[in-house]
Design a protein around this ligand. Structure first.
Ligand code: AMP
Length: 453
């Protein structure tokens, strides 16, 4: 008799293009930024807001502008089952302003200071530091026009990197307001028109509708052409000039390193006056990828149906910030660093260990275990890898004697301890070695330069 084996076709699924798994070993970097964000927000009085991942497509079309890259090329939008044109958020600000209006936050004492952290989506061409799903942390001050808010927003953005020992520089510009910008755009067009045919294809398209964006083109030929272009700061109206000077004075006072950069125009229609980006301090201006950026957007709330409301904010990208952290070799400690490893030998010991594990945890001891392993060698290897100070071994003999073996992982010395006194004994030994490095994570400062370790 012949047996016909049925062929099972295995299909392996892969990540969608531009998406990224954040594996367990990467999580400590993400946690560092999350903790840092929360601590910074608390310190400067920002409250957390979480808006949905999806909004009406039109919200982004209106806010970012129909000719922005985001709306023209990068939106993840679809028609849902109810026939609505829905988009995954490409950034936070529009959704936050919608929430500000919808929940009547205008009636609360102003300004409203909000922060968010979460994924955004842009259907961009994936490359190093650019994904289709990426994470941003985002801060906004809504309802105040004073330049001190611009300075505080820039301070908060800089502080996050400063606290992580990451050298950054603020690239800053002012793009004026609806009163003074049109005249500057004309001057710029006038200057560029003689080079129009030499501009890159994208910049040629932007010439009529979005001439400012030619200034931040990444194309070498465009960069050469705009090098000597007239600068917006020389064409600001009195109010915008005054505002810009005040912002810079505040930055001087705070000793925040900055560089005036006429090419920082940002990609979205809603910006007014201050625009800025955070760059790695050593970044090459021709090729640098900004870690984050932001600026003032005094007209956006009104554009979205609210009352005229000045506002300023910024967002930084976490993937790029984490890459920078790694490049700078800043060492991040694991937020969970066990002090004790619990090893067991045999079925009965395993049962006892399960309860002992709970007892140790409940006493505030950081403990890890090897329940899934049966051999002592493999468990001691695990303990070594984890870098614990002591391993507790619960074996058959110990079970009968009512004892537990405690092994000092550094010297290999082993001692028998009365099982009833094991928690107190562990606490006593740990207190002596002052091992709990988790204290270092306090205030989010769970990092040090590698040399400092
Ligand atoms: P933007 O508002 O476009 O300047 O974005 C602010 C920050 O978000 C950037 O400086 C990046 O760090 C990050 N970011 C924007 N788009 C992407 C992307 N496609 N992939 C990864 N990070 C991004």
């Amino acid at each position: 008799m012949t047996i016909i084996k049925k062929e099972v076709k295995r299909k392996q699924y892969q990540l969608i293009k531009g998406m990224k798994d954040i594996l367990p070993e990467e999580q400590k970097y993400w946690q560092t930024f999350e903790v840092m964000t929360k601590n910074t927000a608390d310190k400067y009085g920002f409250q957390k807001i979480s808006t949905p991942l999806v909004e009406h497509f039109d919200l982004f079309r209106r806010s970012a502008g129909a000719v922005s890259d985001i709306v023209e090329k990068e939106m993840y939008n679809f028609v849902d089952k109810g026939g609505e044109n829905i988009a995954l958020r490409p950034e936070f600000t529009a959704g936050i302003c919608r929430a500000y209006i919808e929940h009547g936050m205008l009636n609360l004492p102003q300004p409203i200071k909000l922060y968010s952290i979460g994924p955004c989506f842009r259907y961009d061409q994936p490359q190093s530091g650019r994904y289709r799903q990426f994470y941003q942390l985002n801060f906004e001050i809504i309802g105040e026009q004073d330049a001190i808010c611009d300075a505080q927003i820039i301070l908060v953005a800089s502080k996050i990197y400063q606290k992580l020992n990451l050298p950054t520089v603020v690239q800053i510009n002012s793009i004026g307001c609806a009163d003074c910008r049109p005249a500057y755009e004309e001057v710029l067009r006038d200057h560029l028109k003689k080079y129009r045919s030499k501009l890159s294809e994208v910049s040629q398209k932007r010439f009529a509708k979005n001439v400012l964006r030619i200034l931040d083109s990444k194309e070498k030929t465009d960069q050469e052409i705009v090098k000597d272009a007239p600068q917006q700061v020389d064409y600001l109206c009195d109010d915008c000039r005054q505002h810009f000077i005040q912002v810079l004075e505040y930055l001087d006072e705070l000793e925040i390193p900055y560089a005036l950069n006429p090419r920082i125009v940002r990609g979205l229609d809603y910006y007014t006056r201050t625009t800025f980006e955070i760059w790695p301090a050593e970044g090459d201006p021709a090729t640098v990828s900004a870690l984050g950026g932001g600026g003032r957007y005094d007209g956006l709330v009104e554009l979205l149906g609210g009352r005229p409301t000045p506002a300023v904010g910024f967002a930084v990208g976490l993937e790029r910030s984490i890459n920078f952290l790694k490049e700078q070799k800043v060492e991040i400690f694991e937020s969970f660093q066990p002090d004790i490893f619990l090893a067991q030998l045999g079925v009965e010991s395993r049962k006892k260990s399960l309860a002992l594990f709970e007892k140790l945890c409940d006493s505030g001891i950081q403990v890890s275990e090897g329940f899934a392993k049966s051999g002592l060698k493999a468990q001691l290897e695990m303990a070594n890898k984890l870098g614990v100070k002591y391993t507790l071994i619960v074996g058959q003999k110990e079970l009968i004697d009512g004892t537990i073996m405690i092994r000092d992982m550094e010297g290999g010395i082993q001692e028998m301890v009365d099982a009833k006194k094991i928690v107190a004994e562990v606490q006593k030994r740990l207190a002596k070695t002052q091992l709990n490095i988790n204290n270092i994570a306090k205030e989010g400062d769970n990092c040090q330069n590698q040399t400092a370790k």
